[in-house]
Design a protein around this ligand. Structure first.
Ligand SMILES: C[S@@+](CC[C@H](N)C(=O)[O-])C[C@H]1O[C@@H](n2cnc3c(N)ncnc32)[C@H](O)[C@@H]1O
Length: 358
């Protein structure tokens, strides 16, 4: 794609790149991005530096180039750290090598509602299983990827004032309603890289979190380390196969599912995550391991149906930008989901439970 200021919309990488450049305040004359062999995307290098930036040194600035990756412009006089920063942000790295980012936009104004409607679907079954596990007064509990916090709130009530609940998430502002609950601590933490308190919890629960991560086995190993010897790990992730199975039509919303899940998969989401949880838990040597699946029948127009509408709305900008679905088809799918005459099955949520050896 040719990019020049004022031309048609730059692609997303270029937008990211522009943001990246915007962060940069100092350029030095000792390196060019191209010299690293992994330069910022050639296309994006055609962007002008933001006005606040200067290139230093003789001949510094944009240099047209014709190379193995086609025509482009490199920025002579850029510092290495810009390239490192670019790498960290995933700009200019081949798609397959990019670090995967959580697919849902945390800043979307309806993200809280999307999470709350997800809770409406799955909380009854999760609570049933937490009761079966025996969560009780005085326990210490860890809720990972706590989302809007309904399970954190339930755990806090259940373990009472002598117990404690730690709720961790990439984004903890949705747990603000629990501020002031004395036995709840909300911690902002990235399960991909950050360690949890070791051997600290009687129960560790994560629902629909691990399957979003590229290194699922690494994340599960981290969760296991957080469980006290003799404590319980409780993971819930889906098998998406039956989603939208319905009497309405053999292929009810099949194209919408394929498009949405294609996008999610590219962000690291594993549609068979629940199965891999079980494999990882067994590989970790947990004892008394059990796994089972549940699915819920959704009625069009219900609060549960609203979750799938919000799922589609959340992905809409990227589905459109990537030409995966047409606007008219999205609108039609939203009408189908809102129609009380339609019913469909959710994904199967697989609950895997295992005990850490004493
Ligand atoms: C699909 S939502 C599920 C929320 C909640 N567990 C539930 O089932 O209602 C996934 C949650 O995991 C969080 N999350 C995603 N990636 C994460 C990571 N790397 N570390 C910690 N939390 C993460 C998201 O912010 C989001 O709250």
């Amino acid at each position: 794609m040719e990019f020049s200021p004022g031309a048609a919309e730059p692609d997303q990488q270029c937008v990211q790149h522009r943001e990246l450049l915007g962060e940069f305040t100092e350029w030095s004359a000792h390196a060019t991005p191209a010299s690293t062999g992994r330069s910022v995307a050639d296309n994006c290098l055609r962007l002008p530096p933001p006005p606040a930036l200067n290139c230093h040194g003789r001949g510094a600035g944009p240099v047209p180039s014709v190379g193995g990756r086609g025509h482009g412009t490199t920025w002579k006089g850029c510092s290495m750290s810009m390239v490192e920063n670019a790498t960290r942000n995933g700009v200019g790295i081949p798609e397959a090598e990019k670090p995967k980012e959580y697919v849902f936009d945390q800043t979307w104004d309806r993200e809280s509602e999307r999470l709350r409607t997800n809770e409406a679907i799955w909380d009854p079954g999760t609570i049933e299983r937490l009761e079966r596990i025996g969560v009780t007064e005085g326990w210490s509990a860890l809720e990972v990827g706590a989302g809007s916090g309904s399970i954190t709130g339930w755990l806090a009530d259940r373990v009472g004032p002598r117990g404690r609940v730690m709720a961790v998430d990439l984004e903890t502002s949705r747990l603000d309603w629990l501020r002031g609950t004395p036995n709840v601590e909300a911690v902002t933490l990235d399960l991909r890289h950050e360690e949890l308190p070791a051997a600290a919890f009687d129960v560790v629960h994560a629902r629909m979190v691990v399957q979003h991560l590229e290194d699922r086995a690494g994340a599960i190993a981290r969760l296991v380390r957080a469980v006290k010897p003799g404590g319980v790990l409780f993971l819930e992730d889906t098998d998406s196969l039956p989603l939208f199975r319905s009497a309405v039509a053999e292929d009810f919303l099949a194209d919408v599912k394929a498009a949405g899940y294609g996008l999610m998969r590219r962000s690291g989401h594993e549609p068979r995550g629940g199965h891999f949880d079980l494999e990882a838990v067994l590989a970790q040597g947990l004892e008394e391991v059990s796994a089972e699946g549940r699915a819920v029948m959704v009625h069009g127009g219900s609060r549960q149906a609203r979750h799938y509408m919000l799922w589609l709305e959340s992905l809409r900008p990227r589905l459109l930008a990537e030409g995966l679905l047409e606007e008219a088809r999205i609108e039609e799918a939203l009408r189908e989901m809102a129609d009380p005459g339609n019913r469909w099955l959710t994904q199967v949520l697989i609950s895997t439970v295992g005990r850490r050896p004493r």
